[in-house]
Design a protein around this ligand. Structure first.
Ligand SMILES: Nc1ncnc2c1ncn2[C@@H]1O[C@H](COP(=O)(O)OP(=O)(O)OP(=O)(O)O)[C@@H](O)[C@H]1O
Ligand SMILES: [Mg+2]
Length: 221
């Protein structure tokens, strides 16, 4: 279970004079996400959807610095007090800009990367990659140069890596933003599969039509 209790966060930004200026990212936010739930976060640009996803995967406060008030807990433990690698064992992330999330040049290496970091047995990883490629219909994207893929293909590679890692929670920030209608259908199938596996899924999105049958709850910020 993920719980936000009276959470406010302001980003520390630096102006041209080098002074630190706080920028409100989220204010007095409360939310409970139950295990196995698919929750959609929506609302106008700048309302704080991405900020909520960063508070769940620990990028706030471990990467994005600022002032945090209230508490964000994962199964009762405060996410900001846990090292980010511990949170990453439970929470997989698909970012809005897929370019910002890759560590490898080869697509297959990237799909394996998160699971390798969890010391998953190489034979199991191989098997899961083959299964994932089949389920997601991405055999043609294996062993390619990641920088030569389209934005949508990169997004799908990020989802494939999560499928191999198989974390209990997945946060996705505007996963459909680079995808055409056919690939959105594929994303839908992957989300449906994760749902049947009992994963907790949090999606920040403007585009809602493809989530209508999948969402358990929608939260407008
Ligand atoms: N890295 C950052 N540094 C400073 N301020 C930030 C940063 N990221 C977000 N903000 C600010 O926090 C507020 C919430 O932004 P956030 O990105 O969470 O909104 P959003 O709902 O995801 O918007 P969008 O729909 O456009 O993606 C905005 O006012 C934004 O300017
Ligand atoms: Mg956003």
């Amino acid at each position: 279970m993920i719980e936000f209790k009276n959470v406010s966060f302001s980003y520390n930004t630096v102006n041209i004079d080098g002074e630190t200026i706080p920028v409100d990212g989220l204010k007095d936010f409360n939310l409970t996400v139950n295990k196995g739930e698919l929750l959609v976060l929506t609302g106008s640009s700048g309302c704080g959807k991405t900020t909520v996803t960063r508070l769940i995967n620990g990028l706030i406060p471990h990467y994005y610095k600022g002032e945090i008030r209230g508490s964000v807990t994962l199964n009762g433990e405060n996410i900001s007090e846990k090292p980010i690698y511990e949170t990453a064992a439970h929470v997989g992330s698909v970012f809005q800009n897929p370019r910002s999330q890759f560590f490898n040049v080869n697509t297959t290496d990237e799909i394996a990367f998160a699971a390798e970091n969890r010391k998953t047995d190489p034979a199991v990883i191989k098997e899961r990659i083959a299964d994932t490629a089949k389920i997601m219909g991405i055999e043609k994207l294996l062993n390619r140069n990641i920088f030569e893929l389209s934005g949508g293909e990169k997004q799908i590679i990020a989802c494939a890596g999560i499928n191999v890692l198989s974390p209990e929670i997945v946060v996705l920030d505007e996963p459909s933003s680079n995808l055409d209608i056919a690939v959105i259908e594929k994303l839908k199938e992957v989300l449906a599969l994760w749902k049947t596996q009992g994963k907790t899924i949090i999606i920040a999105e403007h585009r809602l039509y493809f989530l209508r049958e999948l969402a358990d709850r929608m939260r407008i910020l």
